[in-house]
Write a protein that binds this ligand. Sequence first.
Ligand SMILES: *[C@@H]1O[C@H](CO)[C@@H](O)[C@H](O)[C@H]1NC(C)=O
Ligand SMILES: *[C@@H]1O[C@H](CO)[C@@H](O)[C@H](O)[C@H]1NC(C)=O
Ligand SMILES: *[C@@H]1O[C@H](CO)[C@@H](O)[C@H](O)[C@H]1NC(C)=O
Length: 180
Amino acid sequence: MKFTTLFAPLALLAPTFASPIINASASADSPTIVDALTSVNQTTVKFGNVIVNWNGGLLGTVPVLAESTALLVTVKKGTSIAEHSEPLDNDGALAVAGTTQSLVASVNTTLTTLIEARPKFDKLLLTPIIVLNLKIQRDATADLSEAIIAKVPEALQAIAKNLVAPIDQSFATAIDAYEA
Ligand SMILES: *[C@@H]1O[C@H](CO)[C@@H](O)[C@H](O)[C@H]1NC(C)=O
Ligand SMILES: *[C@@H]1O[C@H](CO)[C@@H](O)[C@H](O)[C@H]1NC(C)=O
Ligand SMILES: *[C@@H]1O[C@H](CO)[C@@H](O)[C@H](O)[C@H]1NC(C)=O
């Protein structure tokens, strides 16, 4: 059996099953946008580490794909948390800005690692699956950014957009590298 065939449904399924598990009704102990971004950051770093530690073997693709799916679920969950969150005040926006900068760096590192791993995916004919996953992840991340920016005070929204822009740029770079 071709491994690509095995993983294609997983990639396509991920966004579907990611959405309904979420119940982020806004209450005092609901996770905040900063909590959500911290989770996304942690999962991004974890995904990068799994790729670094992957020797290129077939079996090792299982944790790679699992961690990629975990990242997507975390991003979707973060979007729901942001959508249900109260609008941020200036202090809240500042806290989110700090976490976002951290995330920008993590996304850059992880996607740089992913780009470097391309020969391994090529060898297993999994490159198209990575491209597909990157595109799904890019869209999900854009939704997350949009949901967060909507909660930032209007006077700070332009700054917030600039702050998250490098994340989308990182995805563009990675997709270009995988489609080259
Ligand atoms: C969502 O969580 C809230 C608060 O924890 C709870 O009251 C509500 O019943 C939950 N809704 C669903 C659909 O699980
Ligand atoms: C994001 O992850 C990086 C790398 O592990 C870490 O240094 C940083 O403190 C994390 N930032 C946040 C806000 O969790
Ligand atoms: C990471 O950041 C560096 C420096 O800004 C940039 O040149 C590079 O294209 C970025 N890579 C990715 C994958 O975002």
